[in-house]
Design a protein around this ligand. Structure first.
Ligand SMILES: CCCCCCCCCCCCCCCC(=O)SCCNC(=O)CCNC(=O)[C@H](O)C(C)(C)COP(=O)(O)OP(=O)(O)OC[C@H]1O[C@@H](n2cnc3c(N)ncnc32)[C@H](O)[C@@H]1OP(=O)(O)O
Ligand SMILES: CCCCCCCC/C=C\CCCCCCCC(=O)OC[C@@H](O)COP(=O)(O)O
Length: 272
């Protein structure tokens, strides 16, 4: 009986291996599927630990989530080279902005996530099963992207409370995933939030995934991601009239850094 199960297991593994070798689409789907499975199972395991250790929804749970997610890179041969972590070492709250390429970003996020830092996420994530539960327990701030008014209200509330709560807030200012090797124009919410709370903006840039990850080409191999935490940009004394300039400044700095980290030829920079 046991030998039968072993043979079945070996047969299924062999079949998957052959399919992965033969078809890049199968290879890609299985690797992404496995990533999602890790997220679902990791969340299911982490949620009771969060509840037992911290009792409910709190940013302290991010430490537990981070510990779990930091192991994921070993399954996919993804490595990180991080520079500038000292730029997180500022007193008090801040807004962290970074580029957003894929759901794989959760690995890069947790690789550098400072203590007491929550992310802004789309409200749909709340319904992603155990992943939604763990994101809720971690204190993620949910916004409705389809309603500017409601998103602005949520963020105005965060601006009022983040100093007292001593939290940093991580925002993806592109507002959606973008794996083109360039940046989408930035939304302004993160920068309004920084100005309203009068806290610095810390840009974080991840090199382009395109050499090892491209859903359109069914590409997902091992790879190295360079990460750079840039010096904080002060917002003390700035008003809502300065938000556009602040947004442009962050965008330009981050785009230059993205191209530098990705070893992008200069004509690519000029073409878009
Ligand atoms: C153990 C295993 C675990 C596994 C797993 C764990 C993972 C554990 C980590 C989870 C981590 C999740 C990570 C999720 C990641 C995402 O879900 S990314 C998607 C959600 N995030 C975002 O969208 C953030 C970026 N978006 C923004 O900031 C947008 O500005 C907003 C607030 C959504 C508004 O959207 P919009 O209306 O489309 O944007 P925008 O054109 O910027 O604004 C329109 C107008 O409103 C103004 N405005 C915008 N915001 C404001 C404001 N706050 N105040 C005043 N005016 C404002 C603008 O200035 C603009 O006016 P004008 O300047 O043109 O006159
Ligand atoms: C009972 C319902 C069961 C639902 C099960 C859903 C299972 C979900 C499985 C794995 C999801 C792993 C996702 C990890 C978190 C990723 C966060 C993320 O990257 O969100 C994307 C969001 O930033 C932007 O979204 P769009 O690019 O605008 O789209």
């Amino acid at each position: 009986m046991e030998l039968g199960w072993l043979l079945w297991g070996a047969g299924v593994l062999l079949l998957l291996h052959v399919l992965m070798e033969l078809s890049p689409a199968v290879n890609f789907a299985l690797r992404i599927g496995f990533y999602c499975l890790l997220c679902v199972v990791g969340s299911a395991l982490a949620a009771p630990v969060c509840l037992l250790v911290n009792g409910g929804r709190t940013v302290k749970n991010m430490r537990i989530i981070k510990t779990v997610v930091k192991t994921f890179k070993y399954f996919f041969g993804v490595r990180f080279e991080v520079k500038g972590l000292e730029n997180f070492e500022i007193e008090g709250p801040a807004i962290i902005v970074s580029n957003h390429q894929s759901i794989l970003d959760m690995m890069g996020l947790m690789e550098v996530l400072p203590d007491d830092c929550v992310q802004v996420g789309k409200k749909e994530l709340m319904y992603a099963g155990t992943v939604g539960l763990i994101i809720y327990l971690g204190g993620v701030i949910f916004i409705n992207r389809k309603s500017t008014t409601s998103a602005k209200m949520v963020m105005a509330e965060v601006a009022k409370t983040m100093a007292a709560d001593k939290v940093k807030v991580w925002v993806y200012p592109e507002g959606t995933r973008n794996c083109t090797g360039d940046l989408l124009p930035f939304k302004k919410g993160a920068f309004h939030l920084a100005v309203q709370a009068q806290v610095p903006v810390i840009p974080v840039v991840y090199s382009s995934f395109t050499t090892f990850y491209n859903p359109k080409k069914n590409l997902f191999t091992s790879g190295k991601i360079k990460v750079e935490v840039l010096p904080a940009i002060e917002t003390k004394g700035l008003t809502s009239g300065d938000v556009s300039d602040l947004t442009d400044r962050c965008f330009r700095t981050m785009r230059e850094t993205l191209f530098r980290l990705s070893g992008c030829p200069s004509e690519a920079k000029d073409s878009s």
